[in-house]
Design a protein. Structure first.
Ligand code: AMP
Length: 542
């Protein structure tokens, strides 16, 4: 017997309809490429999203056709989020930090028909447009009078002229909730990038779960600042969860430096922010140097790479801001776990609370996880045993877009490529990417633990731990370190800093000072490149 409930598909268009009706006056504030601050409301987003939908209809774009964006976080990008997906097309967010050749490859692979870009990225489009085989329309996200002159980009039109001639009434189509809504290519450290193809259903369920109190805890009383880019996994789903809850949105545009981000948090009374550790590092340095404090920020979600303990302490103890350490992947829409404490933790000392906060957190409802050994045998949740982390759930990929070589799933589970422990309370802690694991004398050493200690040293700006071949121990860890500008620390001082913090055999054998650690398009350390750079390195005494 079937239930007798209305069978309404979960569609992204319903989010903007809801926000318009129930939070029509809710503010959306954006720092624009032009440098000024733009502000309007959910009502405006809704009406301009409908203009986008009409403009796509006028271009005769078919259902599921791809519309690409190369854009910062801002209001026009938000309108494309709703107008493109809501009208049944697929929003394809491109990462401008990738090499132009890689961007061109991705656009052709996705078969994008329209490419909308911020004027910042005109040089990228100029460099690649001749190599794009499927794009028929180029749209610059600007006013008609700001359209770059003599750009050489064929048929280039301004976004404002493009949507401006369209009516703001539109009936959102109803279709299967499993239809594709947006796509995002992984950074692809080896081989060509691969795309996660999200559906309306997966996006909506992810938005519900993301807004929950033990996830990102979003509400109509919040003002959220997504520093995490809208071109990377839909800014962790924040635009959708914000529309669902009526949360004010504040977009930083291209100004990601510490000063600009801090000023935006203060001027817009931001209560909740989200970003990767590198962004917060810049902001905390700016605040420390200028003796600043927050007046409205209550919590910040940090993920994408392991959040160093020193950062959690700085936010928590110095500024009274709760850090939510979170973990996820492009393939997971991206939220998998968020670290919020349970009731039983409230009475712990701040040191013991810190031990919990450092973990990547508990699974949010919808995500199931397990850790397995190399033979696929499930490992206990005792906080000690570690293994390859596998996940499953309704917003985790079943396959990559146009994938070759079959589904990545193993018995229905997606192998994350991360190695982790899970404790009896369900808190997961990433120790490494499986390809970065260091095995020494038969024991595994967590490179993240080793790095976290180094970056807690006041003279260290960034640190990456890698394994180097050793005749007796198989591998030994060394740490590559970038010093803070003007700071000094010697190899011996840094090695002494490890004393009492981890077991002796886990302390790196050597410190290599470097000018920079190679970073990928999403700000993650690229250890393969670092290993290449250090390929002639020999351990002391070998
Ligand atoms: P991406 O698909 O580019 O978002 O990268 C996903 C990968 O980033 C994960 O598989 C992890 O290796 C890493 N990652 C994400 N969040 C964290 C975190 N909080 N701690 C450690 N690694 C993380």
């Amino acid at each position: 017997m079937l239930g007798l409930m209305q069978n309404q598909p979960l569609l992204i268009s319903s989010l903007i309809d809801f926000a318009e009706r129930h939070h029509g006056g809710g503010e959306i504030v954006s720092r624009r490429v032009e440098g000024d601050i733009h502000r309007y409301t959910y009502k405006d987003v809704a009406s301009r999203s409908r203009q986008v939908a009409n403009a796509l209809d006028a271009m005769k774009l078919a259902f599921s056709d791809r519309v690409a964006t190369l854009a910062w976080n801002g209001y026009r990008h938000l309108e494309l989020y709703f107008g493109v997906s809501g009208s049944g097309r697929v929003l394809h967010t491109l990462n401008p930090r990738l090499h132009p050749e890689q961007i061109a490859w991705i656009v052709n692979h996705a078969e994008d028909q329209v490419l909308c870009f911020d004027t910042t990225f005109v040089p990228i489009i100029q460099a690649i447009h001749k190599h794009l085989t499927t794009v028929k329309h180029f749209v610059a996200l600007c006013d008609a009078d700001k359209l770059p002159a003599d750009s050489g980009i064929p048929g280039l039109q301004s976004y404002e002229a493009w949507i401006g001639q369209q009516p703001d009434t539109y009936r959102w189509p109803e279709f299967d909730e499993n239809s594709a809504s947006s796509m995002c290519y992984t950074s692809g450290t080896t081989g060509n990038p691969k795309a996660a193809l999200y559906s309306h259903r997966s996006t909506m369920l992810h938005a519900f779960a993301g807004a929950l109190p033990d996830a990102l805890n979003m509400s109509a009383r919040d003002a959220v600042l997504p520093v995490v880019p809208m071109f990377h996994v839909n800014a962790w789903g924040l635009p959708y969860s914000a529309a669902m809850t009526g949360c004010k949105m504040v977009f930083p545009g291209p100004a990601m430096d510490g000063k600009s981000i801090f000023e935006l948090i203060e001027s817009e009374k931001v209560s909740f922010a989200a970003g990767v550790p590198t962004v917060w590092q810049m902001m905390l340095s700016h605040m420390a140097a200028n003796d600043l404090t927050f007046s409205t920020l209550k919590r910040t979600v940090i993920g994408g790479s392991a959040c160093p303990p020193a950062m959690i302490t700085a936010f928590n103890d110095q500024y009274g801001v709760e850090v939510l350490h979170a973990w996820g992947m492009t393939e997971m829409s991206p939220l998998g776990t968020v670290c919020t404490l349970k009731n039983k933790h409230q009475a712990l000392s701040s040191e013991d609370k810190m031990k919990v906060r450092l973990k990547q957190g508990r699974a949010i409802f919808g995500v199931d996880m397990k850790i397995v050994d190399p033979d696929g045998k499930e490992q206990p949740w005792d906080g000690k045993a570690f293994g390859d982390l596998l996940v499953k759930g309704p917003w985790i990929i079943a396959d990559y877009f146009k994938a070759e070589g079959g589904s990545p799933l193993v018995d229905g589970w997606f192998p994350t490529g991360d190695v982790a422990t899970i404790d009896p309370d369900g808190y997961m802690q990433i120790t490494d990417r499986s390809k970065d694991v260091i095995k020494s004398g038969g024991e595994w050493i967590s490179s993240i633990d080793v790095e976290n200690i180094a970056v807690a040293h006041p003279a260290v700006a960034m640190a990456a731990c890698i394994g180097v071949k050793h005749p007796k121990w198989d591998e030994r860890p060394i740490i590559a370190v970038v010093r803070k500008p003007g700071a000094t620390v010697t190899r011996e001082e840094l090695l002494a800093f490890y004393e009492g913090k981890i077991a002796k055999w886990q302390v790196p054998d050597d410190v290599v000072f470097v000018d920079a650690i190679p970073l990928g398009g999403t700000g993650k350390m690229q250890k393969t490149k670092l290993r290449e750079q250090l390929k002639d390195y020999v351990l002391p005494g070998i």
